[in-house]
Design a protein around this ligand. Structure first.
Ligand code: 3HC
Ligand code: NAI
Length: 697
């Protein structure tokens, strides 16, 4: 049973009951429709209330059903809403907490709507690459007004019910109920039981004073903002249909749009990302019931680039932070940077002055370990040198209260080694933030060999609180993201050796959708970082081949934007990358020295070599158990490395192409004498899936 039917006086109450969010899956739709039929057939029932049991009215259509016959099985959502709207007795929606997508469409099919304050109202389908497909694009403009409805449908953003109730002339809500919603809804239903005709949203008119100009203007704005995503413009056209067409024709247009979007790769990718994000928060052997430790106070060691950004995350979430440094000047510099960042937000109107002051009031600084001993979590962000980390963790072990979590933000060092500097390795974990740490969504949670389960559970929960996407990684050099990016960078280097210019590689990568190509990225991050890593690799893995072009570049002092020159030239104070003649000459000389005749390389080859290098390395990571699941890898790349969202991440993209095709391409790349044949041997997991015709998902 996925909807509960009961009769209270002369009112039937249908409570959708499909935890956690009352998704309108087949069973729930069937039970709701049966409830309406039962109410119709019971002469003692004069009116009906539909509400949601538990923590939502309804989160909408059951996304898990998409693509399966169940999604269309009768009663499908449109039919259910039709049944509700056609009910001969008044149907009242009692809306609370979350009312989204198909949930809102169902409510719009009811004759009356009562709502609790604070309820989040949305048509978020666009975020899944879809449009509302059960009448939302036709009914919301009629109930709320064309302009606010268009905003909601094109953005997908939730709006608080009270705000919507204040929209002049709105017919979305009949009443905002501050008391007991269900009791009031039952009383209201009894009140209107005999009122006829029954008000139907479909009978209202969606009006705009100047629809042509309005939609043309909106088309330009939405089109410019939604490059690569077809859904927003189709949402807009569907809303335009609510003004220009009869209701039934509008519904037909909406259906067509919904069906067309459902099969786009963009929608598939966005739905994949939705589930990937939720899956990433789960750890196979750490059940949701694992008790978390309480984190009320945080300490951060080091007020540099990362320490400052990390601190801001906690201040934003209302958690007090104490930053510890070795020198007062370093503390002053760090605090000044935090202030500057907040002040920039205040200036742009993104942060209110009082909020800024509240956040700064939560920040304290110290030079003494004695003052941080009572923190529940301490995050170390000092220089990336194992000796410095050792000294810090020994100090922490001496002063931190029992049960405190000791985290390191190291990006390359061995978390197990760091844990063993303490006598409590079970409390040590890696929290690998990405720069700028107050902006980037990704947090790699590095699970050491001894890390306790409740430490992991705590950090995963905390990540949600500070609005990060946490992905668990095992211990290895580079963890998930950087270990993969190293292969990508190697390929970028080989492409230069073979004849590409940095701009050609970047253009191809950016056309594919990467936020930045590898060479612009190198210039931004600092080419010296990769140089240092390669120097270490030359010692550790003398057989591993790299293009020497990046070393030659660094030897010229061209570290990137920070030195005013890198793979590109930069005008003083500017960030625009301008192709560099000097670099071109350096590459020509380098190729000549190797006896290479440059060749033309297609954008497709460039992109496939870059992306498949990520995929192959990730397949190794999966096999080694460093990454838990392929979709975790996608989350790392979507949230930390600027991989195009509409492609769903490298693994999703490989699945889209078909792993058999990916493996065939790798075999071709392996034959290139200037590439690394050994690397292009498909990882065993990839080879197996490709041979069995399977995908990562
Ligand atoms: N269908 C199926 N499962 C859903 C779901 C839905 N519509 N919405 C959420 N869930 C599941 C999640 O997958 C997750 O499952 P898990 O525990 O197994 O991982 C669980 O509910 C809890 O989700 P969250 O962690 O996101 O919980 P929150 O409390 O943080 O957020 C929410 C709740 C605001 C409802 C959020 O989940 C959300 O935004 N959901 C998507 C809503 C949506 O897009 N609705 C439109 C669906 S498409 C549609 O209706 C088509 C129609 O127009 C025809
Ligand atoms: P940074 O050089 O900007 O800051 C380090 C800070 O630590 C300095 O302010 C320094 O004074 C302080 N410090 C040094 N030794 C200390 C000690 N013993 N006690 C207290 N403070 C001390 O370095 P950054 O970039 O912030 O890096 C910090 C850590 O974060 C490193 O482990 C790095 O690998 C990691 N990291 C860096 C990223 C980046 O993009 N910069 C990204 C992810 C991780």
């Amino acid at each position: 049973m996925t909807a509960i039917y009961e009769v209270r006086g002369n009112v039937a109450v249908i409570s959708l009951s499909n935890p956690p969010v009352n998704g309108l899956g087949y069973e729930t739709r069937k039970a709701a429709a049966a409830g309406i039929a039962q109410a119709e057939n019971d002469a003692a029932v004069k009116a009906v209330v539909i509400t949601g049991a538990g923590k939502a009215f309804s989160g909408g259509a059951d996304i898990k059903e998409f693509g399966s016959p169940l999604a269309l099985a009768e009663p499908n959502l449109l039919s259910l809403i039709g049944v509700v709207e056609a009910c001969s007795k008044p149907v009242v929606a009692a809306i609370h907490s979350v009312c989204m997508g198909g949930g809102l469409e169902l409510a719009l099919g009811c004759h009356y709507r009562l709502v609790s304050p604070g309820a989040k109202i949305a048509l978020p389908e666009v975020k899944l690459g879809l449009l509302p497909g059960a009448g939302g694009t036709q009914r919301l403009p009629r109930a709320l007004g064309v302009e606010p409805a268009l905003n909601m449908i094109v953005s997908g953003e939730p709006v608080n019910a009270e705000l919507l109730a204040q929209v002049p002339g709105q017919k979305l809500f009949d009443r905002v109920v501050t008391g007991n919603l269900l009791e009031e809804a039952i009383a209201f239903a009894a009140e209107v039981a005999d009122k006829r005709p029954l008000p139907r949203v479909r009978d209202l008119k969606a009006r705009h004073a100047n629809p042509e100009a309005f939609f043309q203007f909106a088309r330009n704005t939405v089109g410019a903002m939604s490059k690569n995503f077809p859904a927003p413009l189709r949402c807009l056209e569907a809303v335009a249909a609510s003004v220009n067409m009869k209701f039934e024709d509008g519904i037909r247009a909406e259906r067509e749009g919904f069906a067309a979007l459902m099969v786009t790769p963009e929608s598939k990718a966005l739905r994949h990302a939705f589930f990937a994000e939720r899956a990433a928060s789960k750890i196979a052997d750490v059940p949701d019931s694992t008790p978390a430790r309480n984190i009320a106070k945080v300490a951060v060691i080091g007020a540099g680039t990362m320490g400052g950004g990390i601190s801001m995350n906690f201040l934003n979430a209302g958690i007090p932070v104490t930053i510890l440094e070795t020198k007062q000047e370093a503390l002053d510099r760090g605090v000044a940077t935090i202030k500057k960042n907040y002040e920039a937000q205040v200036k742009k109107g993104k942060l209110k002055q009082d909020k800024y002051e509240q956040r700064m009031a939560l920040l304290s600084t110290t030079l003494s370990y004695a003052e941080i001993g009572d923190a529940d979590l301490v995050i170390e962000a000092v220089f990336e040198e194992i000796g410095v980390k050792e000294a810090v963790f020994k100090q922490l072990d001496a002063v931190m209260k029992p049960g405190a979590i000791l985290a390191s933000n190291t990006s390359t060092l061995d978390v197990n080694k760091i844990a063993n500097f303490t006598k409590r390795p079970q409390d040590v974990v890696g929290m690998h933030f990405f720069s700028p740490a107050n902006v980037m969504k990704l947090l790699e949670v590095v699970r050491g060999a001894a890390t306790a389960k409740d430490v992991l559970a705590t950090v995963m929960q905390l990540a949600k609180k500070i609005r990060k996407t946490a992905v668990v990684s095992g211990v290895c050099d580079g963890f998930i993201g950087n270990r993969m990016i190293e292969q990508y960078s190697r390929q970028a280097g080989f492409l230069l050796d073979e004849g590409c210019s940095p701009a050609q590689v970047d253009r191809a990568a950016e056309k594919f959708g990467f936020a930045m190509g590898p060479f612009r990225m190198g210039d931004l991050a600092g080419n010296d970082i990769g140089w240092a890593i390669r120097k270490r690799r030359y010692q550790e893995k003398p057989g591993l081949r790299y293009s020497k072009s990046a070393d030659l570049l660094c030897a010229m002092g061209r570290y990137g934007q920070k030195t005013g020159a890198g793979w590109y030239d930069y005008a003083p104070g500017k960030r625009d990358a301008m192709p560099s003649e000097v670099v071109g000459q350096m590459l020509d000389k380098h190729r000549a020295a190797l006896g290479i005749t440059p060749r033309q390389i297609s954008d497709e080859e460039i992109v496939h070599r870059l992306v498949f290098s990520l995929v192959n390395e990730a397949a190794h990571l999966l096999e080694e158990g460093i990454a838990q699941r392929a979709s975790d890898v996608d989350m790392v790349y979507l949230t930390g490395y600027g991989f195009p969202l509409w492609r769903g991440g490298p693994m999703c993209y490989a699945d889209t192409l078909g792993l058999f095709n990916v493996v065939q391409a790798m075999k071709r790349f392996a034959k290139n004498p200037l590439d690394d044949a050994a690397f292009w041997q498909p990882a065993p997991l990839l080879a197996r899936l490709a041979a069995e015709g399977k995908s990562f998902s």
